[in-house]
Ligand binder design. Sequence first.
Ligand code: PLP
Length: 344
Amino acid sequence: MGKTNYKILEEKLSSFNRFRLLDEPTRIHPLKNLNKQLNGIEVYVKRDDVMSMGLGGNKLRKLEFILGDAITEGADVLITSGGIQSNHARLTAVAAAYAGLDCEIALTQAVPKNDPVYTGNGNILLEKILDVKMHLLPPEENANVFTDRRVSELKAAGKKPYVIPMGGSSPIGCLGYVSCFQEILIQSEELNIHFDTIIVPNGSGGTHTGLLSGLKIADVKQTNIKSYTVLATLEQAMSVTQEKIGATLNIIDKELSVDRDDIDIDGSCLGTGYGIPTEEMIKAVKLLARTEGIFLDPVYSGKAFAGMLNDIHNGKFKAGSRILFILTGGLPGLFAYESAFGEK
Ligand SMILES: Cc1ncc(COP(=O)(O)O)c(C=O)c1O
């Protein structure tokens, strides 16, 4: 990475409208204690879980560009969807409140869990405090069909709705992680550290998409972006991510494209499905809390961190590698998973 020309990213991003939700770059630091156990591999974390607004997380970066677009279009209500413990839904509600827009969220039963802690604590509790309009969809209802219907109703009532797809991973939303890649290039230069690999969880694929698009635009050769799928099968995650990269590059740099070989996704830590705890995730959450005082979330970063640890222990990263793991937030979700962490 080092002295790469990140100005190109700044220049390309400057033509998009942006509504600021982050006040400063998020910190990068090494895992001082855990690194002693990692066979010479050095893991650094980027703290996208620590932001001053709404308990932070990766979605705020996407929402900066989404809100910029929505406000330019004259929208007065944001509408989005996600699972019951969607961090994206919570942060959309937070960003809408801050920007003075109305917000509606359609919540699906994406995870086979319905204990009262899961359905009432964590993100749901915060959304109640925010007083966002929540639509709890029955299992048979498709979120996109519901959203289309609700958009028609809102328009008929004279409102100007703006639809945000699941996870905020529209091409405009993905620009949030193009911008994050620019931030990483600057920090890498300031810290004088080259990262061989940057790791993120892959849910709707937007975080991976933004980082890889940024890497392509800045023409960085010696860094690999790797994600661990926590939602879709490996095959689906590859197709969705490839499609999103194409769509994102199409709005920011039409000349560029990516091959399937450029996309590195691992499918080994999903377990039996989205939001369903795995033993490895539980161990990873406890390990990072007990060595570094950092809490991973159970749905995204917990599984991805477990996947990374497994790959380190199996020698998949070359000796002496420096890895940057982006902590993407989601802490409120931990409070909904009491049933997984009930025992010591
Ligand atoms: C905490 C957290 N980490 C990671 C992700 C995955 O990001 P993406 O949907 O961009 O793949 C999400 C998405 O919901 C999330 O809430």
